[in-house]
Design a protein around this ligand. Structure first.
Ligand code: KIV
Length: 263
């Protein structure tokens, strides 16, 4: 079982951290077999698994179910769960109860988007024994406030604010920080500023690790492919081909073959 101490060690040894999302037991098992460092049960589950329009629709109960499934599939891997939209803004009790549900379901840590306005919640969770991962830059739960999924931190004042919040998160006890869709130079500067590891997504190559959404890296969605997410598999094409072959084989009578008939 990896722990937050392994994150710190990887950072000290300058070993890149590999994080990927997963939402179910089978995929978690496959991820675990590929020697990644951690699974993120992201609130992207709302979009990727449930077909909802944004991560605003994720709930604690939804993520609890996915965390439990991922834990069953990957008993030994470090698992981080997103705190859903507005959970950290409803005060200490709500945030603490949600973190408790997610950790009891099998998560080792929670990830919280943004910082300004809920610094006390981060401090309280860390002080209560809940490892917290920060998430700055493009914070998808704020898509409506941001006016879309856009690169963040381009303007000097935005970049300075992000650097300050990153330092603050470290001071509050966060063990790692996701930087999403920020300029590569800014992500590299924040990484140098901090002793805790930064995990980038759409933030270039200067972070201490990378995270990708599993379905993006497997190329499973033909209609969604962010520029920063490399397809490591032609997943959509392969799945489509397999299903087409299956349909053909059923229709032409070649499936099931004699060997596939259980007598
Ligand atoms: O929900 C998610 O999958 C995430 C990653 C994109 C970092 O937060």
């Amino acid at each position: 079982m990896k722990t937050i101490l392994d994150f710190a060690r990887a950072r000290r040894e300058q070993r890149p951290l590999v994080v990927v999302t997963a939402y179910d037991a089978l995929m978690a098992r496959l991820v675990a077999s590929a020697s990644v460092d951690a699974i993120l049960v992201g609130d992207s589950a709302a979009m990727v698994v449930h077909g909802l329009p944004s991560t605003v629709h994720a709930t604690v109960e939804m993520l609890r179910t996915h965390v439990a499934a991922v834990r069953r599939g990957a008993p030994d891997l470090f698992v981080i769960a997103d705190l859903p939209f507005l959970t950290a803004r409803q005060g200490r009790d709500v945030a603490t109860a949600a973190a408790g549900v997610l950790l009891q379901a099998g998560a080792n840590a929670v990830k919280i988007e943004g910082l300004a306005g809920h610094e006390d919640i981060v401090a309280h969770l860390v002080g209560s024994g809940v490892p917290v991962m920060g998430h700055l830059g493009l914070t998808p739960q704020s898509v409506h406030q941001l006016g879309g999924y856009r690169m963040q931190g381009r303007a000097t004042h935005e970049a300075e604010r992000l650097r300050q919040e990153a330092r603050q998160l470290e001071q509050l006890g966060a063990f790692a920080l996701v930087l999403e869709c920020v300029p590569e130079a800014l992500a590299a500067t924040v990484t140098t500023d901090l002793a805790i590891p930064t995990i980038g997504i759409g933030a270039g190559g200067g972070t201490a690790g990378q995270v990708l959404v599993l379905t993006d890296l497997l190329g499973l969605d033909p209609d969604f492919q962010p520029r920063f997410a490399r397809r490591f598999l032609k997943g959509h094409e392969l799945v489509h081909e397999a299903l087409t072959h299956y349909a053909t084989a059923v229709r032409d009578g070649s499936f099931p073959a004699r060997a596939e008939v259980v007598a």
